[in-house]
Design a protein. Sequence first.
Lengths: 434, 269
Amino acid sequence: MRIAPILSVVAAVLLPEICRAQAPATPPPDETVLGEIPVTGSTAEHFVKLAILPSLSPDLEDVVVRGVVRRDFEISGMFDLIPDGKAPSGLYGFDDPVDVPAWSNLGAEVVVKVAARKHDTKSIEVFGVAYLLAHGQEPVFQKKLVVPAADVRVTAHRITDALLGALTGRAGSFASHMTYAAPWGQSRRVLTMDADGHDLVPRSPEKDTSVAPTWGPAGTLYYSESHEYSPFFVMKDGGTAERVNLPFPTSVYSVAFDKEGTKMAVAVAENSGSAIYEGNADGSEMKKISTTDLSTHPVFSPSGKLAWVGGGGKQGTQRIFVDGKPVSPSGFAASAPAFCDTEEGVRLVFTVLVGNDRQDLVMTNERGGGIARLTQNQGSNTYPACSPDGRLLAFFTTRTQGAGAGLYVLSLKRWTTQKISSQIGESLRWARLP
Amino acid sequence: MNTLRSFQPHELALAAGFAVIIECGLSILLATASNQAHIKAIDEAPPEPVPIEVKPILDDVPMLKLGGKRQRAKLPDMWVKKPPVVKRYEATSAPTPKAPEKVDKLPDTPLTKLNKEPPPPDASIAKKVEETPKPDEKPTEEPNVDQPGAADGVKEGTETDPLKAFAVSQYRIKISSWFNSRFKRPSDEIPCAELKKLRASVTASISGERTVSSYSITKPSGNAIFDGRVKSTLDAIVSGGSELPPPPPDYADVLGSSISVAFFVPSCE
């Protein structure tokens, strides 16, 4: 009889601890939110109809913001945009309510309102508001940014990114920039520009030869530079260019950083060929990882895999290697690998040499399976680079049809292309703005 | 004349005879001709009513949860004291024997209609009274439930964030498309009418690499061909090792270790 109270006390003390020890660290995901997935064999895809409210404001910042956001949504290919001409008549002041029945009659499921107005003499307020018409007149998302007036374009891109993030669960990446190398007189220079083709600026010295640019940690620009035929050194341009100390006396042809900015990979001249070395982002603890005679163009995947172009000598045609294994189809000279963190998963895009010395873009999964051709019979298409959100693929093309040669972006959702610049170059890279 | 002389008289007579015969023959044919050919119109059978079965398919998207704020108890409408209805009359002008001989300004209100009853002395006069008042717009009723949710939600809903519900529905469409691109309907083996009645439910296990590692048909359709097609589709998916689309980064928890999949063919088009 006396043991019973003691046992109960012991149980009261120990049981919670035992239960706590057995409890899982994180709750299992709620699978019911997905419900039952209907599979009907129909391949027709539904695109959400989205309307961007017209604006009658004559303010320049308002016109710019609305124009930029609308173009971003068009390029993204994520939604069916309702043309401005179909907008129902009504009041479109910033404080006027959304005419839900009128927009619903047009089939709109989502209405987006963007506006900008002066905050004070030097700054502006930029608004982005989203309405789900099924949810009524109350906005489901609002974002307001107060920025210097000169930043109106990039702020409009940031509003688009926020709206895309709210509506899809994956933020957009229009507030981003590209870099590439292009011929400049007798040499080559590194240039940068905004993701919409604006603000093209040469960044490397005019009289030096600069190649293979990339974006490193904290949005810093890196590239390889040769001064008066000296070996190529890696340069870092965070405002003023400075040489990166690497333990290689020979040329370093290109550099790459992983997603977290903790690892660096470089292509180094070696024994009349080149090799890939991988180490810390500051250039320390570099180890050779390639085995082919010629190894160039390293690039990290979002999951940390390292791809490069390898070949030459006994290996024959140059192929794309991922973590040391060839993944591009044998028999085709492949180059310029780039990884895309798409909505369908991670994809590898690279170029293959086809007839008449032209190159075309192909896409595979991370392991080289499920190959799909992205371009055909449209000039030579080179140097793919994916947008940071994985929805767009940029590349240079020499096509003569349509809008002609230049820098194009391809929507990986709709497979439609838009020209954003007339420039043609090489080693294209795309990254978010810091 | 020289031409006529080159023919013999009997040749001329013979030609005239032939000409007369041909002309007479043509005249007879024209006189007796009649159109005997008729195209008979095909009478279309009148449409017969065909009974169809309508099966409502519930949308399994995480439905918005019905929510709002508890409203204070209120009396039924019939007990609520309504404001008194004030009958208003439009200001009009009418001839009167009491009018002065000289007036400074003529009334600008419209002339009253003949034989119209004058308003009562204490009537409320308005400058303009609409003859046909607009019907009262029924205000949107707020749900009288004290729980987080949305006014346009449903009782069975589980998701209180409309943006998440919207984003997850987009992801659900993506997964549906992923399975759809791998499922070939057995349209050539099963008649359409029967095919539309079939439905097979499956639970698929998802691995850490986002591949379908295994599956179980929880509720077969009962049709061997259809179930065989579902099985072969899933076998190919499991052996292929293709990855499902990743969930949106902001809602990475929506894809768990298993998903429910329903195979059916709503229409044969």
